[in-house]
Design a protein around this ligand. Sequence first.
Ligand SMILES: NC(=O)c1ccc[n+]([C@@H]2O[C@H](COP(=O)([O-])OP(=O)(O)OC[C@H]3O[C@@H](n4cnc5c(N)ncnc54)[C@H](OP(=O)(O)O)[C@@H]3O)[C@@H](O)[C@H]2O)c1
Length: 422
Amino acid sequence: MTTIGLAGAGTIGSGLIRLLGTTPATRDWKIKTILVRDLSKVRIGLPALAKMTNRMEDLTDDPEIDVVVELLGGVEEAFQVVSRALKAGKAVVTANKNLLAERGPELFALAARHRVALGFEASVCGGIPVIRLIQEALRADHITSLEGIVNGTTNYLLTRMSEERASYADCLADAQRLGFAEPDPDYDVSGKDAVCKAGILATLAFGGYVDFRKVPTSGIDSLELEDIRQAEAMGYRIKLLASARRSPEGRFDAEVGPVLLPLGHPLASIRMEYNAVLIESDGLVKTLASGKGAGAAPTSISLLSDLLDIAEGRARVPQLDHPFLGKPFDQGARGTAPSRYYLRLSVPDRSGILAQVAGLFACHDISIASVLQPEVPDEAGGSLVPLILTTHTTTRARLDLVLASLASEGWGRSVVLRIQEN
Ligand SMILES: NC(=O)c1ccc[n+]([C@@H]2O[C@H](COP(=O)([O-])OP(=O)(O)OC[C@H]3O[C@@H](n4cnc5c(N)ncnc54)[C@H](OP(=O)(O)O)[C@@H]3O)[C@@H](O)[C@H]2O)c1
């Protein structure tokens, strides 16, 4: 029999309780204690015999509890619960990407020292078994790059903007009404959620700790329908991509942000709230995993897989060579990879401006591939107007010099997106 201490009975905690109740293999499992913040909240569907508490020690220090499932969210309190449980020799399963991205090295060191399992399949892409894919199926291969749509909210918004030609603000309001976006959407739309997941996946794929705080990150909140339209007219689709790669010389690059993907790219057709991760490796070349990346039911499937592994004695206990304990990557050298770019600038509405902008690019040896100045109403005359252009292959470092020159002229940079060729 497995005895569980459940930390958190919110969306995911309640989903896991429902799943445990309907899975034959877990019939004799017991949720002994449930940690919540507010004991006075009315809750339905909780196991009748479980004790409710707001003291974490009731889980971590109870010798009858074998496994602690951490579903609190946040970092500090979750770290206290998980680290205390590991020190007490209990296995832990968590869905908390913030916790692992930020404190993963400490927690895997504790798990290794105390020889206990730390399951985290649910922390990235909800129900898609992408962590198993990297850690198990691909462990005999050599991964060279990974790219993923790892945030369902932003993919939902970009899909609606693209398919319905609706504005960002309208799609966001709709997504909030339908529960695909939080009342405060910043965490998702700014790329913060995606970069935590990128840090975890890149750590596992490349075998050294990737600090998500050093990964260049941008969100979709400054995109306009015009960007979606122009990208599609050029044969691309805009997706918020988390990507990381290691060159044969060992140079590591990671980035999170909206990217123009060719329509034929495997990730360009991932729609709505679905997630997908594309892994390139020497042996399998390209492997694509896609599915439901969030929500109570898919996330609980991943949690239950980890719990079954622990109950059946198949869970791998982290060793001292675990990727989270590997030497951190040098994430200092940025912006040197060659790429094309899409830019939407704000420039003064006066004659000669195109030549002036082209001159700035030429000064920094960047060749412009196309220019478009969308028409604006006459009354906008004299103010800043949009100028959309694409470049031939350059580097982000060089482009940043042009953007700095534009800014020093008092002109705006609205959107800068990488164009991916394949
Ligand atoms: N929602 C998703 O689709 C999804 C998908 C994948 C992963 N995750 C991850 O799963 C975790 C849980 O997410 P969720 O959506 O279930 O969150 P949630 O609905 O906000 O539930 C959080 C639960 O934890 C309890 N809690 C929070 N802080 C606490 C504290 N300091 N002490 C005691 N109890 C505390 C809350 O107690 P009260 O009930 O008393 O407030 C609540 O029961 C997060 O790490 C999240 O990132 C979520």
